[in-house]
Design a protein around this ligand. Structure first.
Ligand SMILES: Nc1ncnc2c1ncn2[C@@H]1O[C@H](COP(=O)(O)OP(=O)(O)OP(=O)(O)O)[C@@H](O)[C@H]1O
Length: 259
């Protein structure tokens, strides 16, 4: 899987810094290079700038220093064929008055597209929610609501999927199940993913690379390649290799915490 690091560049940041208007230095001198097909997790102590960086990759907020490139171009090129990105937030953020199908369809409607039934079905099928197309969000568990949120991102057929702690609010069992499902989708569809998490275990299970960040000011401390082959499953979680990698990320995080 490490060979994928040689794919074409999807996102590159060089010397990127971000100082908020109130003077908080959220990021300083960040260099990061994300290649096609990678699954990159951002981990680090609270306040190290993970969400800030993810939002900047999404074009939601500019840096105050440095340079960012998307598919070797500026942000203006994002949205064209082969250069689409989608964002999944920690909260499922569904419209409570609309059915699952209507929620999933939203991005297509917002872009003025009609006759979306087939694509809605396809997206629902990817997350295993075909039988819930007419249900309302309140009728679903937290894990199912998050699946709807993921389907709503997938319907746009993104090339780059940005996920900000999507499973942070779920119980361990549901989280492990959704990790497995996400990985299976990633193995099948081969998007590039940038994933923010607080969980070392989750980051190692999912990623081809774990980027460890430190706080005050937010910066990249370590970049750890997770060179375990796909498909990853319960056996990988139980393996010696997995635990070794988790230790490596934990040690790096411990260093980040005392900096
Ligand atoms: N809109 C804003 N205005 C001012 N400061 C902000 C803003 N958003 C974030 N910050 C600050 O920037 C720093 C980085 O925040 P950010 O949310 O990116 O970190 P994080 O690593 O995602 O944190 P967490 O793990 O707690 O979600 C923090 O000190 C935070 O208080």
């Amino acid at each position: 899987m490490s060979t994928m690091a040689h794919g074409r560049p999807v996102f590159e940041a060089t010397g990127v810094g971000k100082t908020y208007a109130n003077g908080t230095v959220a990021l300083t001198d960040v260099d990061i290079d994300i290649r096609e097909g990678e699954f990159v997790s951002l981990v680090g102590p609270s306040g190290c700038g993970k969400s800030t960086l993810l939002r900047m990759i999404a074009g939601l907020g500019q840096g105050t220093e440095g340079e960012m490139r998307w598919w070797e171009q500026d942000f203006g090129a994002v949205g064209q064929a082969g250069r689409k990105l989608a964002f999944v937030f920690q909260e499922a953020a569904l419209m409570p008055w609309a059915t699952v199908a209507r929620n999933v369809e939203l991005p297509l409607r917002l872009s003025g597209q009609r006759k979306n039934a087939e694509q809605v079905e396809e997206a629902l099928e990817m997350v295993g929610l075909q039988d819930f197309r007419n249900a309302y969000p309140r009728e679903l568990s937290g894990g199912m609501q998050m699946r709807v949120s993921i389907a709503r991102a997938l319907i746009t057929k993104p090339n780059l999927l940005l996920m900000d702690e999507p499973f942070g609010a779920l119980d361990e069992m549901t989280r492990a199940k959704l990790n497995q499902e996400l990985l299976e989708l990633w193995e099948r569809l081969r998007w590039t993913v940038v994933f923010v998490t607080h969980s070392v275990y989750e980051s190692v299970f999912l990623s081809t690379r774990v980027v460890v960040m430190a706080a005050r000011p937010g910066r990249v401390l370590d970049d750890i390649v997770i060179d375990a082959p796909a498909p990853r499953s319960k056996e990988f979680r139980a393996s010696h290799e997995y635990h070794e990698l988790c230790n490596q990320v934990s040690e790096s995080l411990a260093r980040a915490a005392v900096l």
